[in-house]
Write a protein that binds this ligand. Sequence first.
Ligand code: G3I
Length: 336
Amino acid sequence: MTNFPLGVAVAVDGNANLLSNQQRQTIVSGNFSQISAENQMKMSYYNESTFANPLADQMISWAKTNNLSVHGHALVWHPDYQQPSWAKNPGSDFKTKFINHVRGVATKHKGQVVSWDVVNEALYDPADAGGQSAPPQAEYYRHSVFHNQYNGPSYIVEAFKTARQADPTAELYYNDFNTEENGNKTTGLVNLITYLKQQQAPIDGVGFQMHVLPDWASMASIEASWQKIINLDPRLKIKLTELDVRVNNKYSNPPKVISSCNNCPELQQQKQRYKDIIAAYYRIVPADRRGGITIWGIADPDSWFASDPDWPLLWNASLQPKPAFDGVKEALQAGQ
Ligand code: G3I
């Protein structure tokens, strides 16, 4: 359907388990060319010494059987609840264990994944700061355990170099959220990518997660943010790695929140928002620099926003396509 990967995040546990759900399998294999594990390839899901991860193996083999590629998510990510024990309780061997993880996981999946989010969310975010106060604009880094143990961002360089060595053919991405707002975090992103290039980190692209609200970020901000990365380097790719579009905006003043949505009119606005984003992707990102677009989940009840409540995805609770599905389809057809 598209000449770039069109992906979807899948679960391999719980109610939305792809491996045991025929309807979801049909949706994924019939509409997409790539999958990301929503959770299963995060750090803590791997055995710390053998890197065994049977569910990831099953997911990858399902993808292969169905002719889908796999985008690896993620070699390095900071949140406590999915950290291996060596990162929860860092000791003097921290750097050895860190490199060992990146090398071990990238080697295990060599030839199985076409791309990796090598480092996820290394930038400071005021909405997810864990008590950290705003750093100076020029060094907009999150003080994660990795940053603290390495005393700065050199762990990111180390992760990219190690991943490239372990799997020379996978495309390597830096991935983050709220970087489409064209504000401080976007400047932080530009500075980070500039630093990575100076350090000769083998980076192939930048992932914009794109968990967007109905009216935020503006299309002008989104386009300007992508453009900044495009301008930075003639070959960096842009990938929309975790696209979802909420119906509600609890942050607006006054909040714009509905509590149920059965064919609610807001779904038309959501459709248009998906269309606008994909149309902008075609317009702003040159064809040879499109790393692809991935939707962050299959059906609304699978979404990490489901309990808000919200309905951010392309299929509804009955696994029927929503107006947003038509919007994506129309935008992709128009872009070809
Ligand atoms: O697997 C356990 C299960 O055994 C347990 O009974 C249950 C009880 O809480 O938890 C299950 O784990 C949950 C896991 O999802 C799998 O369903 C975790 O609690 C829950 O925190 C986890 O949430 C995921 C979150 O990342 C944290 O890893 C979301 O599904 C996932 O959508 C979200 O994805 C992230 C991206 O990786 C990075 N960008 C932001 C995005 C949204 O936060």
